[in-house]
Design a binder for this molecule. Structure first.
Ligand code: ADP
Ligand code: MG
Length: 247
């Protein structure tokens, strides 16, 4: 065998050098979008973290579309469109991919997971979700069914805030499911606010902010530091928050 590794399936993303765009237009004015240059993904898991509005979903969606997923999410065979707010970012992205194509793929958008579930019901795809309509489950249950039965491994999976529906206990189960997928030759790119998911060790964390994109360690994320501080000192922190004079 050569030293060439199949993973990461998606190695790197940049903005094409010859791309023409207006820096004042959405999404090009976002500091994180301007910082997309040789962004190198971890072979196992790459996390996008950052404040609401920092551009995580915009970048994840553009990568997904450039890879051939529908903007609404789902597998690559899902072909329907209800979103009319897709940014043009995908058209200027340059993706560096592995010589080996992933055998499976999924793009999860928290906002449109239920639209995709409706489509899956209509198309008779229930078997691959454990044989029960996703609508007959809670959001969290539906998502766990996706993670445990639909994603088959050897795949490239893009997940936008997968924790949205999950109890802390299910987030731990999701962490274990992610590890199973990684061990089964998968690569994941996950936008998340979850301090539990972010703890996954075989990972790289990209923090999106007004300064662009920088790689950070788990313990240096605000998610870790703030959650830990709050839980350790919640009585004092609550007092500070709730007693503060509104300005
Ligand atoms: N279609 C759009 N047109 C203009 N601005 C948008 C559009 N979609 C998102 N935005 C803005 O771009 C910024 C980044 O959004 P988003 O990528 O969803 O952030 P995040 O996922 O990090 O919370 C936000 O300020 C958002 O309001
Ligand atoms: Mg988002």
């Amino acid at each position: 065998m050569s030293s060439l590794q199949a993973k990461p399936y998606l190695r790197q993303v940049s903005i094409r050098a010859d791309a023409e765009f207006d820096q004042d237009q959405f999404p090009y004015y976002l500091p994180a979008v301007q910082a997309i240059n040789n962004l190198q993904f971890h072979p196992d898991v790459t996390f996008f973290v950052g404040e609401n509005g920092s551009g995580k979903s915009t970048v994840l969606e553009a990568i997904a579309i450039a890879l051939g997923f529908s903007a609404e999410g789902g597998t690559k065979s899902v072909r329907f469109q209800t979103a009319d707010t897709i940014s043009p970012l995908h058209s200027v992205l340059l993706l560096a991919q592995s010589f080996k194509r992933p055998a499976d793929g999924y793009f999860l958008r928290a906002e449109s997971f239920f639209n995709v579930a409706t489509y899956m019901d209509k198309m008779g795809y229930l078997d691959s979700y454990g044989g029960k309509s996703l609508h007959a489950r809670s959001h969290g249950e539906a998502f766990m069914a996706l993670l445990l039965t639909k994603l088959r491994g050897k795949g490239l999976y893009l997940l936008d805030e997968p924790e949205a529906a999950l109890s802390p206990n299910r987030q731990l189960a999701a962490l274990s499911a992610i590890h199973q997928l990684v061990q089964n030759d998968s690569q994941l790119i996950i936008a998340t606010h979850s301090p539990i998911l972010l703890a996954y060790p075989n990972a790289k964390i990209f923090q999106f902010s007004g300064n662009g994109i920088e790689e950070v360690k788990y313990e240096d994320t605000e998610h870790y530091a703030l959650t830990k501080d709050f839980l350790n000192f919640y009585e004092r922190r609550l007092q500070q928050l709730l007693d503060a004079d509104p300005e």
